[in-house]
Write a new protein. Structure first.
Length: 337
């Protein structure tokens, strides 16, 4: 973690940055690249793995698209390269009407199939993908009040869980972004936090409050891991000294599931119906909009690629309701009665 008086030389800083990025351990389950699979059911699927490697940079995207094609292959039990358009159409009828997949899942599966059948195999005359239509359900994400946030954080006794949850709320981070942070990502004297390799492999910088920086420094002083801000505790004796010793030597971040499980227990004990680490991120955005932050500001802080994704928070704030009521009152004022 950078302290106030640290000023590394430019040449050293460039060298250190390269090293930091190459050795960053990522939180959460890492998906295997299809190119690295020991075998493929058919040569056409091996070719698709190569096609995805040329098209996409992240192993998660390649894994997801390859999995979508494998589901089609398993449904018809054969080489997908030989499937006619009618068989592919039958598959999407099945997942939409029988399996009742969510619209977003159907669209992703259709996009994967289109890559394989139209772009890779060249079936340009197929019409099935233009026929698939899905409409999203208008479901707003759950948001906690400030009092609920405070109650949950106060209820989490262990600091190694309370601090990352607090950071997710104070900076609007995704859980994997939070747990993957290193000591080099906190620029305390500048009031900034670097989010590296976020969704879409994009970096962003967000402001961080000085009190949050102090919390992080105090927490880091307990384990003093050379790289990780939230190191994995591992298994063994639960005495503070033993726990700190394992965290000091850890090479992997805290598992995402550990933080999710802890919060689930806390919310059940407090009888708060919906609270996940991602709810803390939604609450951060909603509370910022309520406080008067512009949507473009919130978009940048959350790392959203499209402003439409951020606009959902307009529908979740008391401020928007109050503003709408004020505008309607002004429209009606002074009209003949």
């Amino acid at each position: 973690m950078q302290h106030d008086n640290e000023q590394p030389k430019k040449s050293q800083a460039k060298k250190k940055t390269t090293k930091k990025r190459s050795q960053r351990p990522k939180a959460g389950h890492q998906r295997k690249d299809p190119l690295d699979y020991p075998s493929h059911p058919y040569p056409s699927m091996r070719r698709f793995a190569e096609f995805l490697a040329l098209r996409y940079d992240t192993s998660l995207t390649r894994h997801s698209y390859y999995r979508d094609l494998r589901l089609i292959q398993e449904y018809h039990d054969g080489d997908p390269a030989g499937f006619p358009e009618e068989q592919v159409r039958d598959y999407f009828l099945f997942v939409k009407t029988v399996k009742q997949w969510q619209p977003k899942t159907i669209r992703q599966s259709a996009a994967s199939a289109k890559l394989f059948f139209m772009e890779m195999l060249g079936h340009d005359d197929w019409e099935v993908f233009s026929q698939i239509r899905t409409k999203d359900h208008d479901e707003l994400p759950e948001v906690l009040t400030r009092d609920q946030i405070i109650a949950l954080l106060s209820h989490v006794r262990l600091r190694r869980y309370r601090i990352p949850l607090k950071l997710i709320y104070c900076c609007g981070l995704r859980i994997s972004e939070c747990l993957s942070l290193t000591t080099h990502d906190i620029l305390g004297d500048e009031g900034k936090l670097w989010v590296r390799d976020g969704k879409g492999k994009r970096d962003r910088m967000v402001p961080i409050a000085s009190t949050m920086v102090e919390d992080l420094r105090r927490y880091w002083s307990v384990h003093r891991n050379e790289l990780l801000l939230f190191p994995n505790v591992g298994r063994g004796p639960c005495s503070p000294k033993k726990v700190a010793g394992r965290m000091f030597k850890a090479t992997r971040p805290m598992p995402v599931s550990s933080l999710q499980r802890l919060l689930r227990v806390a919310r059940d004990e407090l009888n708060i119906p919906a609270a996940t680490p991602h709810t803390f991120r939604h609450s951060f955005a909603t509370h910022l909009v309520e406080a008067g932050a512009s949507l473009h500001t919130v978009q940048a802080l959350l790392g959203h690629k499209q402003i439409n994704t951020t606009m959902i928070y307009l529908h979740m704030t008391h401020r928007s309701e109050q503003d709408s009521l004020r505008l309607v009152e002004e429209l009606c004022r002074d009209l003949p009665r």
